[in-house]
Structure formats: C-alpha cells, structure tokens
Design a protein around this ligand. Structure first.
Ligand SMILES: [Zn+2]
Length: 85
C-alpha cells in the first residue's frame, strides 16, 4: 500500500483514524509488509503483499492472522500480541 494512504484509512470497527503504521518491508513509498494498528480498540490489520487487510471481526480468518503473526513475530510489539485473544 502507498504510505500516503495511511491518511485516509480508518479502523473498520470504530472508524478511528489515523492508524499507527508499523513497517516491516517497504519499497520506496510502497509498504509491502506491515501492520496497521488501531490504538482505540487495539485491533491490528496486516499489510500482506502490499494489500492492507482491513476486515471486521466476522470476516477475519484467525488462521491467516496466526500465520502473519508467526512470520513477523520478532517485529510485532509484545503489547499487541498480548492484547489480542
Ligand atoms: Zn479500532
């Protein structure tokens, strides 16, 4: 996702904006892998292959979240991991 897109993205659950961006991989202005964090509700949304996955809870796949967390475990702040059940 383009870095400037951050200004218009909002949490799909509570519409909080802007979200906090954690960059794991980037090519110039394009974020390839990363995490969008909503500091209001504590949810996080992965950026996978340049695509921000902004889904409400009922459309999220726990196995996809788990795979992402496994891949980037060392880069994800611990308080995010413990804040999510
Ligand atoms: Zn939120």
């Amino acid at each position: 996702m383009q870095r400037r897109l951050l200004e218009i993205l909002a949490c799909p659950v509570d519409k909080n904006s802007p979200l906090q961006l954690l960059e794991f991989e980037a090519k110039g202005d394009m974020i390839v892998s990363g995490l969008l964090v909503c500091r209001k509700c504590g949810r996080f949304y992965p950026i996978i292959d340049e695509i921000p996955i902004m889904l409400p809870d009922d459309l999220r796949k726990p196995e996809d979240d788990a795979a992402f967390v496994r891949k980037w475990h060392d880069r994800i702040p611990k308080d995010l991991l413990t804040g999510k059940t």
